[in-house]
Unconditional design. Structure first.
Length: 378
């Protein structure tokens, strides 16, 4: 009889990005529900909530690894939290399953990356925006590595397109005073805005842009859209009704995705939790991370991270993102690109897409190349 295995779950369900943490936790919970429904019992989750305290992530990872014996940890939302726990995961030769979109320039053998990197979200997003709106954007971001790096890459993409970044501003994670940024946007009059803000800062900014559009039609979404790579369905509930309608977001999954797999997935979720909120890409990615981790452990008598990593890289994993593969060279998943436009029902209409893209976390390819496979949904 095989020994039981514990998997650590490390998400903040409160704080400035609590909505995303709750989505991630619920996605993992649903994966374990499916596992138990199929008769599984050997693998058990152990949950630690750092409550958005960066230092508590290290405490949580230490508790999961040393006290609970977890060699696998599914978790962290922000890149700051991921980088906080990685040295400890490496020290104990564990495996971190990270499933949020991030800024790239990392490929660690102790991480499985199931969230998109820039060539899977930011670059195709700019491929869509620049020809339609022009290469004179304004950049806003959270004052940490996500905002810094995403805006740095945006500057390079704009420069390659022969354009000009008209402004660049940053806010702390929980700052909601956006008046000075809005005033600068009014003065600069950009062609579009890249929004790399997080949580309440992002919600306040979108509400302020809506108010600006009411005063000046040049800033309505159809003329000067605000585009993000990290906005989730669950977060739309935190924004004033109607304030985000028409704005754009890049992701690898949306609740409204029309596919047999997605319809079946949501039907099972409704049966498990009637009245469940819309499914976000964070929920879906966390579900896939847990599902793949569980399946890989159940498929082998050796649950060590090295063995599981090899097994995961050798398989194709069907699911919500299509046939998913993990690149042995980078430990990153191949992911589709979807462009969603926020509608009046606080959901995303998919208006453009690409089939799964191989991850290129260090952008070794040509950043000026335009992929002809972008499909615009009429």
């Amino acid at each position: 009889m095989l020994d039981p295995v514990k998997i650590g779950i490390l998400y903040s369900t409160t704080g400035p990005y609590g909505a995303m943490g709750r989505d991630a936790f619920d996605g993992v919970d649903f994966a374990f529900h499916d596992y138990r429904e199929a008769g599984g019992s050997r693998i058990q989750p152990v949950f630690f909530d750092p409550h958005a305290d960066l230092s508590a992530y290290l405490e949580g990872a230490r508790s999961l690894i040393r006290d609970s014996g977890c060699r696998h940890i599914i978790g962290t939302i922000t890149s700051a939290a991921r980088k906080e726990v990685l040295p400890l995961v490496e020290k104990h030769d564990g495996l971190l399953w990270y499933m949020c979109p991030y800024e790239g320039f990392e490929a660690n053998e102790n991480v499985i990356y199931l969230g998109g990197c820039p060539n899977q979200h930011l670059i195709p997003l700019f491929d869509h925006l620049i020809p339609r709106y022009g290469a004179r954007p304004y950049l806003v971001g959270a004052n940490y590595v996500w905002g810094w790096e995403m805006n740095r890459l945006a500057r390079e993409l704009v420069s390659n397109a022969g354009g000009t970044v008209l402004g660049e501003r940053y806010l702390p994670l929980e700052e909601t005073s956006v008046e000075r940024i809005i005033a600068d946007i009014v003065e600069k009059r950009p062609s579009f805005i890249l929004n790399n803000l997080i949580g309440p800062s992002s919600y306040a900014f979108l509400e302020a842009m809506h108010a600006l559009g009411q005063r000046d039609p040049a800033f309505l979404p159809r003329n000067c859209p605000v585009a993000s790579c990290d906005l989730q369905e669950s977060e739309l509930e935190e924004i004033a009704p109607g304030a985000a309608v028409g704005q754009l977001c890049a992701a690898s999954y949306f609740d409204t995705l029309e596919s047999p797999e997605n319809h079946a997935f949501k039907a099972r979720l409704r049966a498990y939790k009637p009245g469940s909120r819309r499914v976000s890409s964070i929920f879906a990615s966390a579900y896939m991370a847990a599902t793949i981790c569980i399946a890989a452990i159940e498929s082998t008598s050796d649950s060590t991270p090295a063995s599981i990593r090899r097994h995961v890289q050798a398989q194709t994993w069907p699911g919500l993102f299509g046939a998913m593969t993990i690149d042995p060279a980078t430990n990153h998943a191949a992911l589709p690109f979807l462009l969603g436009q926020i509608n009046g029902e606080r959901a995303f209409d998919v208006i453009a897409s690409r089939p799964p893209l191989l991850a290129d976390p260090y952008l070794t390819g040509n950043m000026t190349r335009r992929d002809p496979l972008l499909r615009v949904v009429s």
